[in-house]
Design a protein around this ligand. Structure first.
Ligand code: FAD
Ligand code: FES
Length: 274
């Protein structure tokens, strides 16, 4: 696959945390990256670790850095301000959520292949589920005009919708914000209402599989930002392989954004890491 990608400098560097904002169920970690590329592609990701105390002690996880899509990249006089939206679900994400201003954030990236721009004249539909809304924030900033469809578990998670401009359509599992519905119901309605859509989606595997199937049935082009367990992030460990119609690919190199047409399914067995 020969997609354009922004290449990462070939080493780990340390960005400086400028703030950590609590947004309902999520945290927005912002850091100043003085020496990395200023224009990562939406959908690319960074491997992150707190500079200090990652692991904390002999047998304490996390040992490995963790993969995160960037949600924002704003050029600054010297470097770039990177924003990462994260959900604290385990030792790595909890430690990142506890960072404070001026802490060091060890980063490698940007890595992988992000979203390609929609074809000329197509109507971009951005479809996000839960923490998967993160890479759609910078994609919305890049596109002149797009329709944003978001699904969350609850009102606390749906607070992330406020980061989008305009009026994203929001549904929740419990009906606490918007209708009680799945985001794929919004997608089906949009696809059936008007032709010419180009879908860009990120979210949990069952959501992505439903997006893939809906688009396949209607012959609509879709790009899916997928996840698998990533130990290195740059092609060395083969921990992130996923099956495609062209054989297995390393998601960190050939993804994480793949054309939906390459997949029989977006449901992969989840892989953990240390
Ligand atoms: C390309 C990419 C982009 C990502 N972007 C974001 C982001 O923007 N925001 C965000 O909050 N998270 C993102 N993630 C997920 C994030 O990397 C994991 O949530 C994180 O590694 C969990 O680390 P932990 O130590 O907190 O929890 P762990 O204890 O390592 O994991 C907690 C649970 O989640 C499972 N898990 C961990 N990572 C994955 C994975 N990649 N796929 C499937 N299951 C997993 C584990 O098996 C375990 O059950 C991304 C992952 C990838 C691969
Ligand atoms: S994460 Fe190591 S090869 Fe992809």
């Amino acid at each position: 696959m020969s997609e354009p990608r922004t290449l990462a400098p070939p080493e780990r560097r340390v960005a400086v945390v400028s703030g950590v904002e609590r947004l309902g169920a999520y945290h927005l970690v912002t850091a100043h990256d003085a020496s990395g590329p200023q224009y990562p592609r939406p959908g690319q990701f960074y491997m992150l670790a707190a500079e200090a105390c990652w692991g904390g002690g002999g047998d304490e996880r996390p040992y490995l850095p963790r993969a995160f899509s960037f949600a924002r990249a704003h050029v600054e006089p010297e470097g770039v301000s990177l924003g990462f939206l994260l959900e604290a679900i385990g030792p790595g994400t909890r430690q990142l959520a506890e960072l404070t201003s001026d802490d060091g954030l060890a980063i490698v990236g940007p890595l992988g292949i992000g979203f390609r721009p929609p074809p000329e004249g197509a109507r971009p539909l951005l479809v996000g589920g839960g923490i998967g809304v993160a890479p759609l924030l910078c994609l919305q900033e890049e596109l002149d005009d797009s329709t944003v469809l978001l699904g969350f578990r609850s009102a606390a998670h749906a607070q992330a919708a406020a980061l989008f401009t305009g009026e994203p359509q929001v549904v929740t599992d419990d009906g606490s914000v918007g209708r009680q519905a799945l985001v794929t119901e919004l997608l089906a309605a949009e696809l059936d209402a008007e032709p010419g859509a180009a879908v860009h989606a990120c979210g949990p595997p069952p959501m992505l599989e439903a997006v893939r199937a809906l688009c396949a049935e209607r012959g609509v082009a879709a790009q899916l930002a997928l996840e698998s367990g990533m130990a290195c992030g740059f092609g060395a460990c083969f921990g992130c392989v996923v099956p495609t119609k062209d054989g297995y690919v390393r998601l960190c190199l050939d993804g994480p954004v793949l054309d939906a047409g390459l997949l029989e399914t977006a449901l992969f067995a989840g892989a953990g890491h240390s």
